[in-house]
Every structure is written in structure tokens, then in C-alpha cells.
Design a protein around this ligand. Sequence first.
Ligand code: URA
Length: 502
Amino acid sequence: MSLRDTSIPLALDSGSICTVRLAGETDWEGFRRHARSLLLAGVPAERVVWVTSQAPAGELIPMPPATTSVAPRVPKRFIELAESVILHHDPGRFVLLYRLLERLQREPALRSDPLDRDVLQARQMARAVRRELHKMKAFVRFRPLHRDGEAPLHVAWFEPAHHVVEAVAPFFVQRFAQMHWAILTPMRSAHWNGSQLVFGAGASREQAPPADAGEALWLTYYRHIFNPARLKLDAMRREMPRRYWRNLPEASLIGELAASASQRSGRMIETPATLPRHGSQAWRIAGREPRTGPSNAAAHDMEDPKNLPADDVQALAQLHDMAERCRDCPIGEHATQVVWGEGAVPARLMVVGEQPGDQEDLQGRPFVGPAGRLLDRAFAELGWSRDELYVTNAVKHFKFELRGKRRIHKTPGQREMLICLQWLRREVDHVRPKAALALGGTAARALLGRAVSVNRERGVWLPSPFGIPVLVTLHPSALLRLLAQDREAAYREWLEDLRRAL
Ligand code: URA
């Protein structure tokens, strides 16, 4: 037997083996073209060696002439399966696919034989690839690389188990269309410059930037949404297998948080509630540090979760009560009352705003002022009822500045938002929404755990550390601030974002 290489071309004498050279690991078009020629020439699977462009060249010989003019039969379902299988890392995938194709010509019943060894193997490979596609969407973490006079380049390092970079890149283009980014992997890299997607050779971990200040914030966020009582390490390992951990900043916390989880849960159960009363001096407003000793957050933890009623509505009522007395940050000290969420429990959609405004603070209900009226108008046009949704805010107390007698809204700081996450997280736990709608940057940041440019990322579903998809759009107050002539068009666009949320 001789080993021959065909980049189209080959003439087979009996017993020859031909080598088919593909343009790359994921060269689906090349595979199709060659497989078709080989089938027409009647070349059996065991006499074909498939190599990708990286492999050394062999001897080139011409393609054998077709021995049949009957077009090969290729079921549509085979194509769907093969498009996934070809992304698998196993070098034997081309042999398997060609063998299946060849057998399908002789054994049409194969297409409905789920127990056939080749079919089973191909299906398993396709499943592994689909899982990897999903994991890559969830676990890629960008770090900004600042460049003189240019927009920052956001670079991520990822080590996929299969050849999925090209297949996943369009997802990131859609999600981060305005951002310049690069995803580096050992096998392939993808670069997006805001208008063009280019694939290049593999890279090394050192080419990706190290951790930055934003990452420290992300870790703080992760600590805040981490719920020790819900920790299920097995499920977590299933969802986030260990091999991804080394490139995930938050994974460095898992060991530490897991180790303290049972201790923290135990403390929660044993310790009776010891919350400070309204008006306590836990924080002074003029930006001083909070008192030392256990924080109020720790005290809330002690009440949660086994002391809460099993019924979600009752648990939410109790949490509402606890949040009323929260002084973990200074805002609550000056607000009239806490403004807790309201609506359906469980709810299909949780609508999250920034913080209560003046009217909400006085009435104790979310979105009852001018922004709420605009939201109600939109809900009515879309045929939604507030009763079917759960409406809440990222920050539960009204932050304002006194100007004479007027209370002027002040945007909550990141730190206040982070402290208030303990309440939002518990609302999500008990409202169990299938998805969330983030109105404005503060809500988006709280739900996604990172800075969000609302204009760039609005209107598409984004994965969140809360485990539910999040759709980001403008806050209604942003529309109210627009000049009258721009408002209607912006409102219509906003309605389109909202429409996507249900
Ligand atoms: N703005 C918000 O973000 N939430 C409200 O409840 C009211 C106005």
C-alpha cells in the first residue's frame, strides 16, 4: 500500500490509500467537496486518510474518475449532525463521517438506527461540541487592554476542548458589536474591530492581559451574589467543570466560599435576628467608614434562609421587613421607607429599575412616579399587565440631595449597589423569574456583574451570574429627559426592546 496525498487529485490503483488534505480543522466545505468526489469514485472509507493543512504534505496524485453518476444520498439530518461533529477535537472525526456517509449509500436504514455504533459515536461527539459552544459563551471573560489614542481592546483567553472558536465568534460579535475584542485560544484566535471579524492562528496565555481593577470589583460582586445555603458543589462542577476554572477570575473564590459555606449557613440558623433599629448610627452619612464588628449584611445572613418561611410570598414579606431596617449603607438613614418589589410570585419576568424616586419613596411602591407612568403606558401598549410581572429596583432606598425643599435624585454609587445586591439576590431566589429586564445602567450592572453600556448592549439576551437571561434597555427616565421632538422615536425603539423581553 502506498500513502498518497490528494488535494483534489488522485488516481487509485487497487490497495492505494489516498490522503485528503483539508484547509483547516473546521473545513466543512472542503470535507463535503472531497467526500462527494470520493463517493462518486467509489473509494471505501478504509482507504482514505484525512489530514488538515497543518499536517505535512504527502505525495499528490490525481483524483480517480467517477465510477457512477448517481448523486450521493445525504440526509439533511446527517448534515446537521456532521456540522457539529466536524468541530470535535478527535482527529478520527473525518474518517467517522466519511464512513457514515459511505454506509448511508448502502444502508439507508442507518439514518433511523440510533443504536448503530457509528451513529452513536457521532451523536456523542455532536453533543460534546454543543456543550462546549455553550460553555464558551458563558465562560469567556474579557480584560481591557488600553491603547494610546485608540479604543481599548478587550482580550479574553480561553481553552476550548473542541474547535468551536469560529462557530461561537458570531455570538460575541452580536453581543459586543461596538467593542473591539479578541478571543485568544491555543488553536485559533478571533478578532473583532467593530466592523470585521478576522480569524488567526492560535495564541498563548501570556498574550492576554493580566487581571485589572475591574476584576477586583467583579470578585466583590461575585461574593455578594454568592448564597452559601444554595451551594451545591456537584451541580456547580457540572455547570462549570474544573477545567474552566483556571481562566475564570471568580473561580479563585469558589474554594474559599465553599469552605465557609456550611459554617455560614450554620450560623444563620443558630443566631437569632439582631438587626439594628431604624435610625441606628451604623453608618454616618458624610462618607465615613461603617462601624467595625459584624456588618448588618452578616446579621441578615444569620436570618437567612432556613429561618424564612418556606412560602415564597411570606419569605419575601419577611425580607421586605428586614430590608426596611437595613443600614449597611447610608441611604436608608434618610429615605422615608424601603421600597420593596411587588408583583407576581413566581413571575415570568422580573423588571429591575435603578432605585426609588421621590414619589416611590413617599408611597413605598416601585415605579409610581413619572418614570412608572411611562412604564405603565408601554406595558399597556404591549398588552402586559403589571400583575403578571415582578417589578423592583437594584437599590431599595431613595438616594437624594436636598436643594432647598426639593429632594433631587442622586445616582447610587457602585458600593451602595453592591451592598443592596443582597436583597436583589434574595428577591430573585424567591420570585424565581425566568428572565429579567434591566432598566438602565445600574440595574444592568447589578444583574450582569460588570459595567454595561446600555446603548451598545440593549435589546439582546445576555447571560447573567444569577443564572437567568437578562435583557438590558434604557431606563424610562432617560426617555423623559429627551427633548420632546426626539422622545417619540426613542420611545418606539424602547418598546421594541421591551417586546423582546416576553
Ligand atoms: N426609577 C426607578 O429606577 N425605580 C423606581 O421605582 C422609580 C423610578
